[in-house]
Design a protein around this ligand. Sequence first.
Ligand SMILES: Nc1ncnc2c1ncn2[C@@H]1O[C@H](COP(=O)(O)OP(=O)(O)OP(=O)(O)O)[C@@H](O)[C@H]1O
Length: 249
Amino acid sequence: MAESPIIEVQNITKRFKGLTAVKDVSFSIREGGITGMIGPNGAGKSTTFNMICGYYPPTEGRIFYKGEDITDKKAFEYTNMKIARTFQIMKPLKNLSVLDNVVASSYFGHAGAKSVREARERAMEVLQFTGLFEKRHVLSKDMGTPDQKRLEMARALATKPEMLFLDENMAGLNPAETEEAIRLIRKINESGVTIFLIEHIMQAVVSLCEEVIVLHHGEKIVEGTPEQVMNDPYVMEVYLGMKKEDAHA
Ligand SMILES: Nc1ncnc2c1ncn2[C@@H]1O[C@H](COP(=O)(O)OP(=O)(O)OP(=O)(O)O)[C@@H](O)[C@H]1O
């Protein structure tokens, strides 16, 4: 794994009128790795995610991608920078088939398909890769949550990203479905895509991430390997709601 950061976040703060949602947060995302962000509800995870993905700019601080300052870039410019994201509330084109959803995404980004044929070929490849090939003719609105989440990833992959942001991709999945999602995320990473994810499901964070950032009340409280983070007394208290001695009871 390369050591250089693909994303560097420097002292970002976001204020919404009177409320400071994120306060002076800094971290980096290592190229080639899987980095996770956790924290209780309202900790500032989505706000941080949205700033890094260009949905709104930080009130203060800077964000760098491969050394370039992208703080003022807009979300629509990201696919051209080989960055893609999924949404917590999924946004498929509901009345289109799974295949057409992925075909539509194939036209976007730095490697946007130049013809219908190229877009279809790309989509077929992505559907094979994500395990959705057999369901390619199903309307996306007729699929269950696990397949819709998979489709979100397929649509993102169709833009050929080098960096993928996953926003609570496992919410609403049962343990077996979670395991499948973990396998797919690992496979995407092994294909060379750097991943940054927000996730409430600890099993997924521990199994996938080599680096975890913990937010609480808008501030970064801990950063480290899953093991370091899960054994941190402050994390146990504020995030898991128990004292260290309780955890060993
Ligand atoms: N657009 C906004 N305008 C005003 N306040 C906001 C806005 N977005 C988020 N907030 C507030 O900022 C704080 C952090 O919210 P955020 O959604 O980033 O937390 P989170 O860690 O993602 O929570 P969850 O796990 O519930 O999604 C919350 O108090 C929230 O109400």
